[in-house]
Design a protein around this ligand. Structure first.
Ligand code: FES
Ligand code: FES
Length: 211
């Protein structure tokens, strides 16, 4: 029989789930020697606010935020490239901050707000960055584009809040958004089509309009 444990998850009680899992693995002779399979069936209720809409789900605790979006909510705008935190294709905004959705578990974000590419604009009313990517041809195949745009939205907000990057000359003054700064700050988003110069132009245009 599977360990059908259904627990309301918050960041606080995630530890309780871990403890429950450890207890179940210890108590069940069937789990001996089965490695990761011993946690099979451990699920949790999680509520995500995605693009302003509430979604209540019951998820295997190992479900990444990316798979929760794509496989459970069928929101496929967020892309899976490497699934290992190396390409940035899965970038979304979590309470306004950019994250790689493949590197974090959905149950860790109970009650938090997720913004995906679908929530930034509409075909009739594009987000300024979406419009700039179209205008400057900031893509070829387009697979990296949702992540690039979500990342750029988060990046411009980081700059507005005065967060320095590795190439900022000073930690105390608001960073100037030079091409070098933009390249550094967007370096977590890989484009296999090499559309970098056009991506840079698109972001520069929006950054200048905000300056
Ligand atoms: Fe998440 Fe590549 S799919 S970083
Ligand atoms: Fe093809 Fe970036 S446009 S990977």
């Amino acid at each position: 029989m599977e360990n059908a444990i259904d627990i309301k998850i918050s960041r606080r009680n995630l530890l309780k789930v871990g403890a429950a899992s450890a207890t179940a693995m210890t108590a069940s002779p069937m789990s001996a020697g089965h490695g990761a399979g011993a946690a099979h069936g451990l699920s949790a209720a999680v509520t995500l606010q995605v693009n302003g809409k509430t979604h209540e789900m019951n998820l295997d605790v190992r479900t990444t935020l990316l798979d929760a979006l794509r496989e459970h909510l069928r929101m496929t705008g967020t892309k899976k490239g490497c699934d290992h935190g190396q390409c940035g294709a899965c970038t979304v905004l979590l309470d306004g901050r950019r994250v790689n959705a493949c590197l974090t578990l959905a149950v860790m974000h109970d009650g938090q707000e997720v913004t995906t590419i679908e929530g930034l604009g509409t075909p009739a009313a594009l987000h300024p960055l979406q419009a700039a990517f179209v205008k400057h041809d900031g893509y070829q195949c387009g697979y990296c584009t949702p992540g690039q745009i979500c990342s750029a939205v988060g990046m411009l907000d980081e700059v507005a809040r005065g967060m320095p990057s590795h190439v900022s000359g000073t930690l105390s003054e608001k960073p100037l958004l030079s091409p070098e700064e933009i390249r550094e700050r967007m370096s977590g988003n890989i484009c296999r089509c090499g559309a970098y110069s056009n991506i840079l132009e698109a972001i520069e245009e929006v950054a200048e309009s905000k300056a």
